[in-house]
Write a new protein. Structure first.
Lengths: 274, 266, 358
């Protein structure tokens, strides 16, 4: 083991980082949330948050985040499972990740084209006789694109969890006469729950604060907490209110992290937050 | 559930198709002489030529890469030290506090990170520009490096270190000859992820940039508002091909270690 | 360990090489240099050729940066981490920036070309005597529409037309609180600067009934949506309408008779300016009739420079849609700075409006 002084040395840059970029911003956001437009101390922002409009905003934000997380999970779990069965699974996994490296805004613009009145989807609809449909600026397009964004980050931790499974356990379950469904429900799912929790963490919270695509894909018909924060900071210039919403978002984050806490170390956060 | 059935292959195929659809859509129209992403007129290379003629755009791409490389390097250094600090920490409570603080930025939404960094830089009187962007990118990349390195450190058995000790290795030797080589895959995975975080970031940079400094995603945002040009499509096509090339190379290099991204594998 | 150090060195070397390449590229692109000004403007709001001409004429190099909203611009200037020499805010923002002491008074003796500006656009209430600002472009808020995509004959001479049940899911609104709430107020015959809670409540209720017709509330993407025929009707600015029409000729633009917004974007010198002298030179340069005419041609918005009008396409200058005569202009209202509380109120109403859309 290392000497005490060396250990302290490791802690200095990392500790400085935590203080400066985690603790300080949280403290500052909390501090700003206590001031009104004229810079005088107030709890008014918090009172305002519990007024109908922001509460409704929070609820609708949670509802959409829930839907996005649910659909991401429904698609990501089988994808991750089937991926572990492929021959070059690491390569396939990389190929799942690559699209997330292309600029999100560009992909969003591509989706505007794809979903547009004259885009390929509508052309297909017309060809098979469904006729022209409004796809852009609907709940469907919003959830679709959001799920698209989050899928890779949901797949990654689940893939790792499944990949770590001991195949002997599945064989044992089989030998004991369990069918595929029972094996899945009783053996595979519980053992991969940590991966699922990580996936939910990196999907649900960022989904609460999606912005940009709320405007570009949902035409501002869906408003998230993130959009509201952005508006307060950059449009209304009411940093107090913006910080207050941020305080609640941070609170939600801690609560969700508490719920999805991992029993055993190691499985966390193979995903990303965007 | 043995083997991959037809249904499974179909399902995977569909997932891949959807994941790549917008990218191929972008690349497809980068060859359009029509100038828009709506109707394909005829094939042309002109948009690719335009990329290389646009000095400003090239400078911005370079800026983006510089910020990504430097911030990832710094973040990896800080992150590795942080992971070592966490592992050596005896106090369980302190350790788990540190770990949850570490995770705050991983799960924080970009808007909050950007806004709070802007407040922070304002409070500290930092000039906005290259430095503020670089520092922010370092800041949000550190936790992912810690998360990539930590499991590797944890799985390393103490007997390995003890053996080194018994053979007369000094503290420094243990670190550079035993520990670092062992956690190397985790370090690379962390660097790699930090790189992608930085390249992809839009919201944080948008908040903290200034004085003529711009990265690709911020530039695309301001351009896109005035109508996206196919030059950007061509640029993203080029970047996509370069990325795929790099990834395949990386895969070939790391094939044997089998840890790649999943540096957390135990 | 060695290969880690090697990798780190490689990263450093590549970064250094790229920095060097950037510095070289910067030199050839004319970015570096002793005498420089930084211009902070809206996207696509200045002919880039004119920047080169300015450099040729004065030897001053121009760094050009863009913002996407008045508020974002002010936040950045207020933050102080930047040194912009010229900014181009809208009129209500100039009042606000004056209040916050963010502007430097202009030296009119250094701007002889001011004589070319139509007196109608000078000495306006938001900046008496043009102490801080010089008009750059002006325009209106109105309705851009595509007659080909509409069944029936619409001329949008009234805001009321937007509420027509036949226009279900056809209207795109601009993502801006003042414009949308202002439209609600105007449609009821109230002032778009109203601070009367009752009037505002009425306007909000009225706007909520527009929901079935609203397709989306978006930003500058409106231009592309209209060009691509993705939407039939848009609440937008005259200049954007001109932009759309340059691609899609069947489009039309109307300013409803109940009244609307008349706006001015103006050149100012922010407190953070590092080259005040160069900034004055730049303002004077932009006021030159030939320069102003070329710029108006490129940007597509209406210029306040009366001598530039003579140099432009008469067909455009006589087009009442872009250059409405004084009688119509007097009908329109200029935004007043309503103060932060009122602005917050407008924004909260707008947020509520958006939430009622779904």
């Amino acid at each position: 083991m290392q000497s005490k002084s060396a250990r302290a040395l490791y802690l200095i840059p990392y500790g400085a980082w935590i203080l400066l970029f985690v603790v300080a911003p949280i403290a500052l956001v909390g501090y700003y949330s206590l001031f009104d437009l004229h810079g005088s101390f107030t709890f008014g922002n918090y009172r305002n948050f519990f007024s109908s409009i922001y509460l409704r905003l929070t609820l609708s934000s949670f509802w959409y985040a829930f839907l996005i997380t649910l659909f991401s999970l429904l698609i990501a779990y089988p994808t991750a499972y089937y991926l572990t069965k492929t021959k070059h699974k690491q390569l396939w996994l990389l190929l799942i990740i690559i699209p997330s490296w292309i600029n999100l805004l560009l992909k969003t613009y591509a989706f505007i084209g794809i979903f547009g009145q004259y885009g390929p989807i509508n052309a297909l609809f017309a060809a098979i006789g469904i006729g022209n449909k409004q796809i852009l600026f609907t709940d469907f397009s919003f959830i679709f694109v959001s799920v698209y964004i989050f899928i890779p980050f949901m797949i990654l931790p689940i893939f790792n969890a499944i990949d770590r499974l001991n195949p002997a356990l599945i064989d044992a379950s089989r030998d004991l006469g369990a069918n595929s469904w029972t094996t899945f429900r009783r053996v595979i799912l519980p053992l991969t729950m940590n991966g699922v929790k990580s996936g939910i963490q990196v999907t649900f919270i960022p989904a609460l604060s999606l912005f940009m695509i709320t405007r570009l894909i949902a035409g501002n018909k869906v408003i998230t907490l993130g959009t509201a924060i952005e508006q307060q900071f950059l449009v209304t210039q009411n940093w107090g209110m913006g910080s207050t919403i941020a305080v609640f978002l941070i609170l939600f984050m801690f609560i969700i992290m508490l719920f999805t806490e991992q029993r055993e170390k190691g499985g966390t956060g193979n995903g990303r937050n965007r | 559930m043995a083997g991959t059935g037809k249904g499974q292959k179909l399902f995977l195929g569909l997932v891949f198709l959807i994941l790549y659809a917008p990218i191929f859509f972008l690349i497809f129209y980068s060859f359009n002489s029509g100038g828009t992403m709506t109707s394909f007129e005829s094939f042309t290379w002109e948009h690719y030529a335009a990329v290389f003629e646009d000095t400003r755009l090239i400078m911005i791409v370079f800026n983006t890469v510089i910020v990504a490389l430097l911030s990832s390097l710094l973040a990896t250094t800080i992150g590795v030290l942080g992971a070592l600090a966490i592992v050596y920490m005896k106090n369980r409570k302190l350790r788990s506090t540190l770990l949850s603080l570490n995770n705050v930025l991983i799960v924080s939404p970009d808007v909050i990170i950007g806004a709070s960094f802007l407040i922070l830089f304002t409070a500290l009187g930092v000039k906005l520009g290259f430095t503020s962007v670089l520092v922010s990118h370092v800041a949000f990349s550190v936790p992912i490096v810690v998360l990539m390195v930590l499991p590797k450190l944890l799985e390393m058995s103490n007997s390995l270190i003890d053996a080194a000790r018994d053979l007369g290795a000094s503290g420094k030797d243990v670190l550079t000859r035993v520990i670092i080589p062992y956690i190397k895959p985790g370090i690379f995975a962390g660097f790699f992820l930090a790189l992608t975080y930085s390249l992809d970031d839009f919201a944080v940079t948008f908040f903290v940039t200034g004085n003529g400094f711009s990265t690709l995603s911020v530039e695309i945002y301001s351009m896109a508002r005035a109508g996206i040009t196919l030059t950007i499509n061509a640029l993203s096509g080029l970047l996509f091909i370069v990325t795929v090339g790099l990834v395949l190379g990386y895969y070939a290099l790391n094939r044997r270690s089998k840890t790649l991204f999943t540096g957390v594998k135990r | 360990m060695k290969d880690l150090i090697r990798a780190a060195l490689a990263v450093l070397i590549v970064s250094a090489l790229l920095m060097w390449a950037n510095a070289e590229l910067g030199k050839s692109a004319g970015k570096a240099g002793a005498d420089t000004i930084t211009v902070y403007n809206w996207g696509e709001y200045l002919d880039p050729d004119l920047l080169k001409e300015f450099t040729k004429e004065t030897g001053i190099r121009v760094v050009y940066e863009t913002f996407d909203s008045n508020e974002a611009m002010m936040t950045k200037i207020q933050q102080g981490g930047t040194s912009y020499d010229i900014a181009i805010p809208s009129e209500y923002m100039i009042e606000k920036m004056k209040e916050n002491d963010l502007l430097i008074p202009l030296d009119h003796s250094k701007i002889p070309n001011l004589k070319h500006i139509d007196p109608y656009f000078l000495d306006l209430p938001f900046d008496p005597g043009n102490e801080f600002s010089i008009p750059y472009f002006w325009g209106t808020v109105g309705i851009a529409f595509n007659p080909e995509l509409l069944d029936g004959d619409y001329d949008f001479s009234s805001w009321e037309d937007l509420w027509d049940p036949a226009l279900r899911q056809k209207v795109i609104l601009v993502d801006s609180a003042r414009e949308v709430i202002g439209m609600g107020l105007n449609s009821l015959g109230y002032s778009l600067n109203s601070t009367d809670e009752k009037e505002l409540d009425e306007a909000s209720e009225k706007l909520a009934t527009l929901a079935p017709n609203v397709k989306a509330i978006i930003g500058d993407e409106i231009v592309e949506m209209m060009q691509r025929k993705e939407a039939a009707i848009a609440l937008t600015w005259s200049g954007q309408a001109a932009d759309m029409m340059s691609v899609n000729e069947e489009l039309d633009y109307a300013v409803p008779e109940e009244g609307s917004n008349l706006w001015f974007d103006n050149m100012v010198i922010p407190k953070t300016a590092a080259n005040v002298d160069g900034a004055h030179k730049f303002i004077n340069f932009m006021l030159d009739p030939e320069v102003a005419a070329q710029n108006a041609d490129w940007v597509g918005y209406s210029t306040p420079n009366k001598d530039a009008l003579d140099l432009m396409d008469p067909e455009l200058v006589d087009d009442e849609r872009y250059y409405p005569d004084e009688e119509i202009r007097d009908h329109l209202e200029v935004y007043r700075n309503l103060g932060p509380e009122m602005l917050g109120d407008y924004n909260e109403r707008f947020l509520k409006f958006k939430m009622e859309m779904n």
